[in-house]
Design a protein around this ligand. Structure first.
Ligand SMILES: Nc1ncnc2c1ncn2[C@@H]1O[C@H](COP(=O)(O)OP(=O)(O)OP(=O)(O)O)[C@@H](O)[C@H]1O
Ligand SMILES: [Mg+2]
Length: 286
């Protein structure tokens, strides 16, 4: 099983929408999908639940951190949905190590039952994000093309607690940053300018999907995407031409991302324990 985490400390950048599209896309490919929503807002859980494609675990997502050996349904598409308890986990620092180890052990136990696990996270650098990144194979960061998001890119890498560099150095050397995935892209002069800046400054973190410069994975702003999220519909199955057009634009990038998640990497999930308490909540000396 490959585990992909959607993460960006910026809110409203499309993490949950991308998680949902990817979950349905992996199902379309015939893969067994485990969907985990670590954000108490439930914006990944709601559309997946409404789609009626997944068996919903009785155990809510907080249980994956607080309990050992939680049981989930025997099905090829399972949702472990968000619950209010998730937002209280940060306030129990003495248990953070335990939370991360439970989650890692759970993923290890699911290894042969699913092909891919998609974890949506909350936009706060808290124990949920640390836990998810500490056990994942890959991380994808949706971003919006505005100044604030561009300013946030270095935090994605260097945040003292959940920055990818720190997680790789201290907790999870196998973590692979798939890259930045510009979302809600519009053909405005400002967004074009920001896109050029992004290309100049962070080109290695963008996801090339073609041989020409500038051919990178991105998702346009399309009302059909928001509608699919709100109604629990699968974008490419919607009747509207606009939805099918939107999917045609989104599909190459999403397919590339899906292939990257599935591509073999040297290391695999292990059941080693994680040193999360105490010193490593501070900055990493590098
Ligand atoms: N490509 C898109 N086109 C139009 N609307 C979109 C697109 N992607 C996401 N949205 C909408 O934008 C809003 C924010 O997206 P989403 O909830 O996925 O962001 P998020 O990063 O998960 O937010 P949070 O940080 O609060 O968890 C939602 O209403 C969603 O339906
Ligand atoms: Mg979200």
């Amino acid at each position: 099983m490959k585990t992909l985490v959607l993460a960006n400390q910026k809110g409203g950048v499309g993490k949950s929408a991308v998680a949902t599209l990817l979950a349905h896309h992996f199902r379309l490919l015939g893969l067994r999908v485990l969907a985990i929503d670590l954000d108490h807002q439930g914006n990944f859980s709601d559309p997946v639940r409404k789609s009626q494609r997944a068996a919903v675990a009785e155990m809510p997502a907080s249980g994956l951190l607080t309990q050992s050996n939680p049981a989930i349904p025997l099905a090829e598409f399972v949702l472990v949905a968000a619950d209010p308890e998730l937002s209280g986990l940060e306030r129990q620092p003495s248990l953070h190590n335990t939370f991360a180890n439970h989650f890692r052990a759970f993923l290890a136990a699911m290894d042969s039952r699913f092909d891919v696990c998609i974890v949506d996270t909350n936009p706060n650098p808290d124990i949920r994000m640390t836990t998810a990144l500490a056990s994942a194979d890959c991380v994808l960061s949706p971003i919006q093309l505005n100044q604030e998001a561009m300013d946030g890119v270095s935090a994605l890498l260097n945040h003292p607690r959940v920055g990818v560099r720190r997680i790789k150095a201290v907790l999870n050397p196998k973590l692979h940053l798939i890259g930045l995935y510009p979302t809600m892209v519009e053909a405005t002069p400002l967004q074009r300018e920001n896109f050029m800046q992004l290309l100049q400054k962070y080109s290695p973190m963008l996801i090339p999907i073609g041989s020409k410069p500038g051919e990178i994975a991105s998702m346009p702003r399309r009302s059909a995407v928001a509608e699919a999220q709100a109604e629990g519909l699968v974008l490419w199955e919607m009747k509207k031409t606009a939805a099918r057009d939107a999917w045609r634009e989104i599909e190459p990038g999403l397919r590339f991302i899906a292939n990257t998640v599935l591509s073999p990497t040297p290391a695999s999930t292990t059941t080693t324990t994680l040193p999360l308490n105490g010193a490593n909540h501070g900055p990493v000396a590098r």
